[in-house]
Design a binder for this molecule. Structure first.
Ligand code: HKS
Ligand code: ZN
Length: 304
């Protein structure tokens, strides 16, 4: 299996257009050592020819242009993108589909509740039906969640239910439903190795933890360092946990959970622009690295 992080920034990317925090301002002025990041997406493939995208970010156009295997290979028109699997109906994870309207019908895999949002309150599928069209495939974590993508027959996929937060526009925002958010587990049928992608994660349930323990590589929510991180910018009172992201630091934080895992390679993705681990010289970044955890960057490739 091949996996490439197309984007490792959270919603809004890094630097974020309206932000002048220590990280965003510091990156623009070259006052800190850090890399810019596009919005979160992962591409996976069995042999490198056909790719499945987990999330379609608003930055998908530049992400495709920065990775040749996603570009047309033969003939006048074409794509290396075989399918798209959004983990939820959040705008930053689905807007990229609108940018692909010039091509053939998109093969899109979501849960039923995400399909409902994308045909009603944020009608991406309805809009696309007047352009390229969408061939929708249902994911059902409650009945195992397993699925395959014909062009990537060497991989087996599993949708795993995750607790996070439905989008602000959704009636599920304060009334969680199973299927609002999923993680994706990918097994390579040839090598037997596996990867977990869980970029939106408010809690680590026993079920999710058991998938993490079985995986060879886990990519987990690295959005926020601390629960109060955004409040500290003085601009918002939004707390990490309240918007569905488990912070890394402190009791019950993601680093403590990862520390218990013996087997997998551990990678944080995506990272919000406010997170101190983006500053490569920060003590928080050192703490992450010293605990054997990697911070994703755009273009990071993994072979499993
Ligand atoms: C900033 C944002 C923070 C941020 C917020 C959310 C927002 C909204 C919701 C998120 C993320 C990063 N970039 N979709 O101002 O710094 O309330 O659900 O998912 O990755 S959540
Ligand atoms: Zn910022």
């Amino acid at each position: 299996m091949l996996a490439r992080i197309l984007g490792s920034g959270a919603a809004g990317a890094f630097p974020q257009w309206n932000c002048n925090c220590r990280n965003c301002g510091g990156l623009r002025r070259a006052a800190i050592k850090a890399r810019a990041r596009t919005q979160s997406s992962l591409a996976v493939s069995d042999r490198g020819r056909h790719w499945v995208l987990f999330n379609a970010s608003p930055d998908i156009r530049v992400q495709i242009e920065s990775f040749a295997p996603l570009q047309p290979q033969e003939g006048v028109r074409g794509t290396g993108v075989a399918a798209i699997v959004p983990v939820d109906a959040q705008m930053h994870n689905v807007i990229g589909m609108l940018m692909l309207r010039e091509g053939k019908a998109l093969e899109v895999y979501t849960t039923e509740v995400v399909r409902e949002e994308l045909t009603s309150r944020f009608p991406v599928f309805t809009l696309l039906s007047r352009y390229c069209g969408v061939n929708w495939h249902q994911l059902d974590p409650a009945s195992g969640g397993g699925f395959t993508v014909p062009e990537c027959a060497g991989l087996r996929f599993t949708a795993v239910a995750v607790q996070s937060k439905a989008p602000p526009y959704s009636p599920h925002r304060h009334d969680p439903h199973p299927g609002d958010t999923i993680a994706l587990w990918v097994e390579d049928l040839g090598t037997g190795r596996s990867l977990l992608f869980a970029p939106a994660c408010g809690q680590v349930s026993p079920e999710l933890l058991s998938v993490m323990e079985r995986s060879d590589c886990v990519m987990v929510d690295g959005t926020f360092w601390e629960n109060e991180e955004m409040a500290a910018t003085g601009l918002t009172d939004k707390q990490a946990r309240a918007i569905g992201h488990l912070p890394q630091a402190g009791p019950g934080g993601m680093l403590g959970i990862l520390a218990e895992l013996k087997k997998p390679r551990k990678i944080l993705t995506p990272i919000n622009n406010t997170n101190p681990i983006l500053d490569e010289a920060s003590p928080e970044r050192r703490q992450v690295e010293e605990s054997g955890v990697e911070v994703a960057y755009d273009g990071l490739e993994i072979v499993l």
